[in-house]
Structures are given as C-alpha cells and as structure tokens.
Design a binder for this molecule. Sequence first.
Ligand code: ZN
Length: 161
Amino acid sequence: MSAPLLEQLIDALRVLPGVGQKTAQRMAYHLLEREREGGKRLAETLAQAVERIGHCAQCRDFSETELCPTCANGSRERSPRELGLEQLEQRLAEAEVQELIIATSATVEGEATAHYLAQLARARQVRPSRLAQGLPLGGELEYVDRGTLSHAFGTRSEVRD
Ligand code: ZN
C-alpha cells in the first residue's frame, strides 16, 4: 500500500532546494487550506515545464524548441563552437586537469554558460568553481584591476547544482 496522499505531497515538495520536512509540511497545509487553485496551476505548469523545456542545441540555455528564439534568430555573434568548447572538452579529458575556474559574466547568458561548463566539468570528474562576486556587474575581465581579480580568484567557490 502506498503512503497517504498528504505524506506523498510533503515528500514531493522536499525536492525543492532548501525545503526540509517542516517547510514542506507548511507548504502542503497552505496549499490544501487556502491555495487549491494555485496548487492546481503549480502542478500543471510544473508537469508541462518538466516535460517540454529542454536545452537549446546551440547555447544550452533553457528552451522549449530545439533552438532558443535568440539562436533561431541568428542574432548571436558567437556560437558555442566559437567559444572553444571543443578544445575545452579535449583539455578536460586530459587527466591532469583538476579544476575548471569559470569566469563568465553575471548576465543571463553568462549564467547559462557557467551552468553548462560546470556540467561539462563534472561529467569528467573535474571540479568546477566560479569567481566570487565582487567583480563589477557585467564587467569584462580584461578591464578589472589585478587586486580585484586576485581577490575574486582567492574567494572562488565550487559550483553546485
Ligand atoms: Zn540558444
């Protein structure tokens, strides 16, 4: 026999990051007591999103289509190929590499690239890390002074899912 639905709901809510038993319980009670409509919408949207959202074949950003609208428009100046991903994969495959330090900008595109690179690294047992915040927002590395840069390297942190 399977667990009562309420228990299953609480258990299911715990897949969310940072949600433990107590929070999951509160969420479940809240949904059942005053947000049944919202709960329904959440369930339906979630089911559809998980089913239909994949990764753009070109930039690896989330997309519902093979190519995201940006890539499909061809408005991108640099494709992943031009980012040197093939060479990077080769380097990662050579056993010597232990850590991949990612220094993409804090834009949506930068975040997506960082996420993708971290996956690449992990797939090859290489530890991905990212420069700490503190670099100017949207700042290009070339223009950052040495002190700021070395601080960012010193306080880099491992990338987690
Ligand atoms: Zn794309």
